[in-house]
Ligand binder design. Structure first.
Ligand SMILES: [Zn+2]
Length: 219
């Protein structure tokens, strides 16, 4: 029974990520009945070609029609989403809180990754999470984090205002201790990426999302 439950949780995580990739790609022109297409030849995909991870493995990473490789980004992020929810479930996290926060952050991360910005309106997605956790909010830590980041931004620039706003909202939800760990881990991951790729231009929100996922599981 446990195996079935774990498999369902994993599948749920992969499906959330798969769904969010499409939403982030198409926003604000989302057509809920439009079928997914191959990125290269635009052929409409069958239902069995859009199952997260499995479709990629069955197709051996190539489109059946044009034979062009499918971007590894999709199965990799789906796998990460599935593993994250599975580990969160196995370590007895508050699944409602973790899943909702993970969903909103992943959507913002995709938006930042694809387009380099997030819509201000997408912050509204945090409202239900804040209401659900109304008894465990940390406003003073959030105010401190906001002030410090704004000061840093004033002195050195480079931190995007979107990054500051998201980190402040996160601070309200997770508290001072966790937000400091999230910021440090995100900066560390950026440095690692810089040493590996020598690419100094990067989007920060995907790093915030990965760091939040790790810190939520470890705390
Ligand atoms: Zn194709």
């Amino acid at each position: 029974m446990n195996y079935i439950f774990n498999f369902l949780i994993f599948t749920f995580g992969t499906s959330i990520v798969s769904f969010l990739t499409v939403i982030a790609h198409e926003y604000p022109h989302i057509d809920p009945i439009r079928r997914s297409q191959c990125d290269s030849c635009q052929r409409t995909l069958h239902w069995f070609e859009i199952i997260p991870i499995w479709s990629y493995l069955i197709a051996k990473g190539n489109c059946k029609t044009c034979n062009k490789p499918i971007d590894k980004f999709y199965p990799l992020t789906e796998m990460v989403g599935g593993l994250f929810l599975l580990v969160a479930s196995l370590t007895h996290q508050n699944l409602t809180f973790v899943t909702s926060l993970f969903t909103v952050l992943t959507l913002l991360a995709f938006s930042d990754h694809f387009f380099g910005y997030v819509y201000l309106s997408s912050y509204l997605l945090f409202v239900p999470i804040i209401i659900l956790n109304i008894q465990h909010l940390y406003f003073i830590p959030a105010l401190i984090v906001y002030t410090l980041l704004m000061l840093l931004n004033y002195l050195y620039e480079g931190i995007g205002s979107g990054d500051i706003e998201i980190l402040t909202i996160l601070a309200i939800l997770v508290g001072f201790d966790s937000i400091l760990k999230i910021i440090l881990l995100a900066c560390f991951l950026c440095l690692v990426n810089f040493y590996l790729t020598y690419n100094s231009k990067f989007r920060f929100i995907p790093y915030i999302t990965i760091s939040t996922a790790i810190i939520l599981i470890l705390r």
